[in-house]
Design a protein around this ligand. Structure first.
Ligand code: HEM
Length: 146
């Protein structure tokens, strides 16, 4: 028989408690694992980032999210140019899929408030990329909805 004062087991998927570099590392690595497995986005990234270049990209993305969420100031890049260069690979479906993979990963790997902040930041950047891409193509940007 189980004694009445036996502590209940820890939940299987414990919620991440702290927003720290370790949580950001997990967010970035799990997210790009999903991206690389994705039928739409996998080939887009695979065509631009060689297998041996992935550690550099992942480290850069850890720096980026650390700067956004922990204000560490580690990312000093310019995010727009590589996205402008994506051409037809940066269509509406690609951005929708990117966000559809990012949202659940953020909720899984970050504490709730940090996950919401990360998702809101990614959504704002996706919107600004979509606007800039359409503008550079000479398209009507008023048809782009957030
Ligand atoms: C259609 C969706 C997207 C695609 C296909 C995409 C693709 C890429 C690729 C291929 C790179 C690497 C470029 C290179 O090193 O040559 C990159 C870099 C990057 N992406 Fe995205 N991206 C997408 C959406 C986003 C969004 C929504 C964000 C906002 C969080 C984001 C943030 C970044 C950042 C910060 C970099 C590093 C830029 C640098 O400093 O070199 N991306 N992306």
């Amino acid at each position: 028989m189980i004694p009445a004062d036996t502590p209940s087991p820890a939940p299987q998927a414990a919620e991440p408690r702290a927003l720290d570099e370790e949580a950001i590392f997990r967010l970035v690595h799990r997210f790009y694992d999903r991206v690389r497995d994705d039928a739409l986005l996998g080939p887009v990234f695979g065509g631009r980032i060689a297998p041996e270049a992935w550690p550099v990209h992942l480290a850069k993305m850890c720096d980026f999210w650390s700067s956004v969420l922990l204000k560490s100031g580690r990312y000093e890049g310019r995010p727009l140019p590589p996205h402008l260069a994506l051409g037809d690979d940066a269509g509406e479906a690609a951005f929708a899929r990117w966000l559809a993979l990012f949202r659940p990963t953020a909720l899984q790997e970050l504490p709730p408030a940090a996950a919401q902040a990360a998702i809101a930041h990614a959504e704002r950047m996706a919107y600004s990329f979509r606007l800039a891409i359409a503008f550079h193509r000479g398209e009507d940007t008023t048809r782009i909805a957030p």
